[in-house]
Design a protein. Structure first.
Length: 220
């Protein structure tokens, strides 16, 4: 019997690519989506729930799976209010981890960011660091935290600052070698593939930076 996976954020860039991979992966029988809007895909494997993700706890009875992939993330441009940003980038992943613990889901994989640090002076990095700490406190058996640098790829919405950064990183990437390779930008297809690998293989590290994301992506 195939596995059941939950994806949070399947309508986003990385989450959408992850969904595509799981739909063609014979190891998975059902993909449960919790989203604010529909992914727009009709498939026998998909069970879609359009819900308020800020009240994810209300979905506890439906939050049943072998593994959970959390691809939730906002930006300062999309969510300038820090309180709202905290509800999304901290609140949703942490509640998902709590539901995993309560429902005995053994695998939780979440996207964070390079530079996550609960003591950082930068609100974005501090939020990610606090999120990571809170997730790890749930002590889910197989917890993996992906820490990509800048995520490349084409999003449906325009992000001016991010687009400029992508152009810059495309020029700089070839010079980031050795210990600096973790600062290279990473394509979302690599993040999605890495998540699939981690869900189906034991791995000794909890936090996975960009250079490791790319290596593991080739092994899925």
């Amino acid at each position: 019997m195939g596995k059941t996976a939950i994806i949070l954020g399947a309508t986003g860039l990385t989450g959408g690519l992850l969904l595509e991979q799981l739909l063609i992966d014979n190891r998975y029988q059902k993909i449960i989506l919790f989203s604010r809007k529909t992914c727009g895909i009709t498939h026998d494997k998909i069970e879609e729930h359009l819900v308020d993700l800020l009240n994810l706890k209300a979905q506890k009875d439906k939050f049943i799976a072998d593994e959970v992939f959390c691809c939730i993330g906002s930006t300062k441009a999309k969510t300038p209010n820090e309180e709202n940003y905290l509800e999304i980038d901290f609140g949703i992943p942490v509640m998902a981890a709590q539901l995993c613990k309560e429902n005995n889901i053994q695998t939780f994989i979440v996207i964070s960011a390079l530079g996550a640090d609960k003591h950082s002076k930068l609100f974005y990095n501090r939020t990610k660091g606090r999120m990571e700490e809170a997730v790890l406190l749930e002590k889910i058996t197989n917890t993996y935290i992906l820490q990509p640098a800048l995520i490349s790829g084409n999003r449906s919405e325009k992000r001016m600052g991010e687009d400029v950064a992508k152009i810059f990183m495309k020029l700089v990437n070839p010079f980031l070698l050795g210990s600096l390779s973790k600062y290279k930008s990473v394509h979302p297809i690599n993040i999605a593939s890495c998540m699939v690998f981690l869900a189906n293989n034991l791995y000794p590290e909890v936090r996975i930076p960009s250079d490791e994301i790319k290596k593991l992506a080739t092994n899925k």
